[in-house]
Design a protein around this ligand. Sequence first.
Ligand SMILES: Cc1cc2nc3c(=O)[nH]c(=O)nc-3n(C[C@H](O)[C@H](O)[C@H](O)COP(=O)(O)O)c2cc1C
Length: 362
Amino acid sequence: MTDLHTRGAAPGLSDAFCARFGLRYPLLLSPMAGACTADMVCSVTASGGLGSFGAAGLSIQQLEALCADLKQRCPGPYNINLFSPDTESPLPDPHIPVDLAAVLRTMHDAAGLGDLPPPLPLFGPALDQLEVLLAAKVPVISFHFGISTDIVDKIRAAGSRVICTATSPEEARALSGAGVDAIIAQGEEAGGHRGTFLGGEMQPLRELIPAIAAATDLPVIAAGGLCHGRQIRQAIDAGAAAVQVGTAFLPCSDSPAASRWKHNLVNLQRDALTVTRAISGKPAQGIRTTFVEQLAPLEHSFLPYPWHYSLSRELRQAAVKQDDERYMVMWSGTGIDSIGAADLKLTIREKFRQLVTQAGWD
Ligand SMILES: Cc1cc2nc3c(=O)[nH]c(=O)nc-3n(C[C@H](O)[C@H](O)[C@H](O)COP(=O)(O)O)c2cc1C
């Protein structure tokens, strides 16, 4: 693995983590499907962390282009993230239930759109995507929603490192048994999809970190609500070897998040957040919108994930173009409380540096 960075000042477990992954600081950019760019990845890696790209929704051609681009210009290790192939299944009945279709049609009319699009599997196929990553010798490959031993074996045989999200000690034990290199402990504070794959309730990060650290010998990467270096410090003190940070980078001037999304991150607090299945069919945390409020009572009619997500694809694209927050998807973690207007002016590199300084690593 490329090791271009000098080791940083983070002590103990973090030192070992940095050495193993070739990093200066034990800070990973969250892979954020739909809200990341290759430039963001390069900025975090160039700053001494691990840049990550959420690639679950990319076609094979897009993924090949991304791999070639990152290989050529990323100045150190990077991570490309996929969703578990276990989340893929055929749609038994493509018919959209009448009550759901009626609400979606009203929204389409309000946005000036035509008929509802037919359901599509939005992500994957993960095994085909994985072949691209293996051929490109991507340094780190991460998964959301679990991963099996045969896939981990394949990745390690190709010389890449593999990490995966867990939301409970049971999931951490399963991942450890599958042979991953490190475990992302995702607390209930996290923005975006819960990476749960064995069921159960989400836990606060401060309880989850020691529980997962006790359940496995693997390095724990803490994720969820970490938007200030003080919180990062607390996660490390609780037993994490590293942290994965998403929401804190979204308001930055060079993040691809829509301007309305950034505006809301700056101006809203955690009481504006909700955990909902209304957007994709799987529970995820983000800013409450008209879309979420109107669909939430129709849960009985949702199509299975990810088919349900695809029903709103035209609406979501139009919402960004028309700056219409009613139908936007604005994932956010509870760290939204620490985000202020000054964050809009920071670049990803400046935000990274600020977090490192606040965490006391420099
Ligand atoms: C906009 C957004 C998109 C996300 N997309 C992904 C993804 O594609 N793959 C993944 O493993 N995790 C994804 N996550 C979850 C992150 O891995 C991580 O758990 C989360 O960012 C941590 O919480 P924080 O956002 O409060 O820092 C996403 C999170 C956000 C905010």
